[in-house]
Write a protein that binds this ligand. Structure first.
Ligand SMILES: [Fe+2]
Length: 367
C-alpha cells in the first residue's frame, strides 16, 4: 500500500489498483490545533456544513507525512500510516482475533484471577483476548459481597439493565417467572432471545454452591453451526433464512422479537445464534418448507444437546463466568435443593463495553 502524488492529486496504490483520494476526505482529516481537540480527538469544525468544492493547491510527501495546501487557505500535515490504515476499512483490533472452535475435548482453558487494579491490568487484556477467541472466560477469586458483579460489569463497561433488573439472583424460588429460578436442569440456550437488541455478554457469578449437581454447561454455537453447514447445508440454509418469533410474557410486560436461529452477517458469515425452544414460534409457512425447518431445528437441537459438543464444570464460590450470548449457549444440570444452597448472580453488558476496554488496554500496553 502506498500513497502517491500526481498533479496535485493524492493517489492510493494498493498494489493492484490506483485510485484518487477525494480532496474533501483529506480536508476532513486536518488535525492542526485549531481543527482538532488534542484531548478528545474530536473535530473543532463541522465538515457537514462546509463548501464541498475543495481541491488541493499544493501537495508534498515528506518523512511519512503528507503536506497539503487546500484551496480554502487551510494547510495540514497528515500521517500517511494513519491514512493507509483507515483506507483498509478493516477493524484491525477486534476482528483480527480468530475465533477458536471447540467442543467437549476443550481442556486447559486458562482461568484468570481477580486482583487489585484488575481492570487496568495486562491480565485484563489477556482475558479479553481469550474471550474473543473462545467466547467465554472464567475469572476466579472475584469478591462476592454487596452485588460485586455490578461493580465488575461497570468496571468494564456499563450494566445493561433488563426486565429482570440491573442484576438478577439465580436461586430456586416459588412462583418463578423463568425456569432459571427452579431446580430443574436447563438445556443449552441463549438468554433473552425475545429482546431487541439481545443482551450481548452475560456475566454469571457464583456466590454460594453447596449442592452436588447444578453443573454449568457451555456449548459453542459457532462451532456447532459451522459443523452443520459442512454436514447439512440444506438444514443450515433454512435455519439461517426463516425468522421465528421469540416471546416472553410476564405480569407487567410482553417482549417479542423475530430472528433466524442462525443469524449471518452481510458476508454470510456467523453473527449470532438464538436458541430457546420454549419461547420460539415459527410462522405458518408452506408445509414442505416447515417440514424441512422442523427437521433442521431438530438436528440443531441434537447437536446443541450432544455431550460431544458441550463442556460441563462446577462453578465454585467467587468464580465469575463471562460469556458471549451471541455465540455461546449455556445451561445447567439439575440439583437437589435439600443438599444446600446454590446462589448465582447474573447481569449483562454490551459488546461495545468490552471492545472499548480492549482497544484502550491495547493502546496502554502498546500491544
Ligand atoms: Fe440463561
Amino acid at each position: 500500500m502506498k500513497i502517491e502524488l500526481s498533479k496535485n492529486k493524492v493517489l492510493f496504490n494498493n498494489g493492484s489498483t490506483i485510485q484518487e483520494i477525494h480532496p474533501f476526505w483529506l480536508r476532513e482529516r486536518v488535525d492542526g490545533e485549531e481543527f482538532l481537540d488534542k484531548g478528545t480527538q474530536q473535530r473543532l469544525f463541522d465538515p457537514s456544513s462546509m463548501n464541498t468544492e475543495i481541491f488541493i493547491k499544493k501537495a508534498n510527501i515528506r518523512e511519512g507525512f503528507l503536506e497539503i495546501d487546500f484551496n480554502d487557505g487551510v494547510n495540514s500535515k497528515l500521517e500517511i500510516g494513519k491514512i493507509a490504515q483507515e483506507f483498509s476499512k478493516k477493524d484491525t483490533v477486534i476482528k483480527s482475533i480468530k475465533k477458536i472452535k471447540w467442543d467437549s475435548t476443550l481442556s486447559n482453558i486458562k482461568n484468570y484471577k481477580y486482583s487489585e487494579n484488575f481492570f487496568e491490568s495486562r491480565e485484563m487484556y489477556d482475558l479479553l483476548f481469550s474471550f474473543y477467541e473462545y467466547g467465554f472466560v472464567i475469572i476466579k477469586n472475584v469478591p462476592t459481597k454487596d452485588n460485586f458483579i455490578v461493580n465488575f460489569a461497570n468496571s468494564i463497561g456499563s450494566v445493561r439493565r433488563t426486565n429482570f433488573g440491573e442484576h438478577f439472583n439465580v436461586r430456586s424460588k416459588s412462583n418463578p417467572n423463568d425456569l432459571a429460578y427452579t431446580t430443574l436442569s436447563l438445556s443449552p440456550h441463549t438468554d433473552n432471545p425475545y429482546r431487541n437488541p439481545v443482551p450481548c455478554i452475560q456475566l454469571l457469578h457464583c456466590i454460594e454452591n453447596e449442592v452436588k449437581g447444578g453443573f454449568s454447561t457451555l456449548v459453542d454455537g459457532y462451532s456447532v453451526t459451522e459443523k452443520l453447514k459442512n454436514e447439512n447445508s440444506e438444514y443450515y440454509k433454512i435455519l439461517s433464512e426463516v425468522k421465528v418469533k421469540f416471546k416472553f410474557i410476564d405480569k407487567s410486560v410482553i417482549l417479542e422479537d423475530w430472528s433466524e436461529l442462525i443469524h449471518l452477517d452481510e458476508n454470510n458469515e456467523f453473527k449470532q445464534v438464538r436458541f430457546s425452544p420454549r419461547l420460539d414460534y415459527v410462522p405458518m409457512l408452506e408445509k414442505d418448507k416447515l417440514d424441512l425447518f422442523y427437521k433442521a431445528r431438530k438436528k440443531l437441537s441434537e447437536l446443541y444437546n450432544s455431550k460431544r459438543n458441550r463442556i460441563e464444570f462446577r462453578l465454585e464460590p467467587k468464580d465469575l463466568m463471562m460469556m458471549d450470548n451471541y455465540r455461546i449457549l449455556h445451561g445447567r444440570t439439575k440439583f437437589d435443593p435439600n443438599e444446600g444452597k446454590r446462589f448465582l448472580q447474573g447481569c449483562y453488558i454490551d459488546f461495545d463495553s468490552t471492545e472499548g476496554k480492549f482497544r484502550h488496554l491495547k493502546r496502554k500496553f502498546k500491544l
